[in-house]
Design a protein around this ligand. Structure first.
Ligand code: SF4
Length: 353
């Protein structure tokens, strides 16, 4: 059982983060935020893909001024990502559900104070987003781009806000590699109880990001660390959400939908298992009830494997078996075999609703 680190709960819009809340999956648009139509389209696509929260970059005044219109056209909570420009933060804070800044790079104390005041007025949180590649000079000079430097920067920024009486915050500590990312989060975790936003920054292509994010985020989540996450990826945004959700499911935190166990196949294979699994995945996508199902290429290991599955299918020579909790309930061939298997999965899912 994963024992989650007890964190303070905050809200980004209507989405709780931290405490005993489910772990929301986030993403970030890559359109020019000033292009309202394109940004709204991307946010809508992310919503359909299952995102819980979306962040948009606010690098200039056009982007800041577009936020109001964007916000009026979407229903997902919106986070504005701002570096250096406190005036942009002030405009964003009037509209969005959270702002991501680093107080240390927003300007002098008076300016940070103004931003904090605006966030308090609207009761919106701030994400302190530390990136190993953009540490404040004093930390980079002292520690280099190391976990120690990232933790020192986060701690400095946290205390900066706390000194201003602000505690409605979450923290991220991203590096572009697994070891520094994991170490930084692990080091910072016992130092405060703010919710953590997990992510590996600039994680690379879909393939590399999936691996890096699965290792880093998976390790942290198994340690009980992490209250929200983003898988960052050079590629399709919807894939970020898919991978994020899969990580939560595979570490055993999220329990929605089917957990499909399928064999890697070998010389004993009696069917085109790749096509069969992909057909099963497609036809069961709508099922949100947590169920363990197994799909095996022959009957050698199938009976044993089927014992721990709610519903199982095993392909044999010319025909195959459908099993429930290890009991054979049908021996069929051709389309009838997969059809019956899916029918049984649907019945089981319905029963457990
Ligand atoms: Fe090979 Fe059968 Fe095991 Fe699949 S279930 S890997 S086909 S022995």
């Amino acid at each position: 059982m994963i024992k989650r680190y007890p964190t303070k709960q905050i809200f980004v819009g209507n989405v709780p983060i931290g405490g005993d809340a489910a772990i929301p999956v986030q993403s970030m648009t890559f359109t020019k935020t000033s292009d309202v139509k394109a940004t709204v389209e991307q946010i809508t696509a992310l919503h359909f893909a299952g995102a819980d929260i979306v962040r948009v970059a606010v690098p200039n005044m056009e982007a800041a001024l577009a936020l109001k219109e964007i916000k009026s056209q979407v229903s997902l909570p919106l986070v504005a990502d701002i570096h250096f420009h406190y005036k942009l933060a002030l405009i964003a804070a009037e509209v969005v559900d959270c702002i991501r800044i680093n107080p240390g790079n927003i300007g002098d104390r008076k300016r940070v104070q103004e931003v904090v005041k605006a966030c308090i007025e609207r009761n919106i949180p701030i994400r302190i987003g530390v990136n190993s590649g953009s540490l404040e000079k004093q930390f980079e000079d002292k520690y280099g781009q190391t976990p120690e430097g990232m933790v020192a920067s986060a701690d400095y920024n946290i205390k900066y806000l706390e000194d201003l009486g602000f505690t409605n915050m979450k923290i991220s500590l991203k590096a572009s590699d697994v070891q520094r990312t994991v170490e930084a989060y692990r080091r910072l975790r016992p130092m405060n109880n703010y919710p953590f936003h997990l992510g590996v920054t600039e994680a690379g292509t879909q393939f590399h990001s999936t691996i890096k994010s699965s290792i880093a985020l998976g390790s942290l989540l198994l340690d009980g660390i992490g209250d929200t996450l983003r898988v960052s990826m050079t590629g399709e945004l919807e894939e970020e959400i898919k991978v994020g959700r899969a990580i939560l499911k595979d570490v055993g935190i999220a329990k929605d939908g089917l957990n499909i166990v399928s064999c890697p196949t070998c010389g004993r294979i009696e069917a085109d298992l790749v096509s069969a699994v992909s057909e099963i995945e497609k036809r069961t996508k709508h099922i949100k009830t947590p169920l363990d199902v197994s799909v095996m290429g022959c009957v050698v290991n199938a009976i044993g494997e089927a014992k721990s599955a709610d519903v199982a299918i095993a392909f044999g020579k010319g025909s195959g078996l459908v099993m429930k909790k290890g009991e054979i309930i049908a021996k069929l061939s051709g389309d009838a075999l997969i059809n019956r298997f899916i029918e049984e999965v649907e019945i089981e899912a319905e029963k457990r609703k």
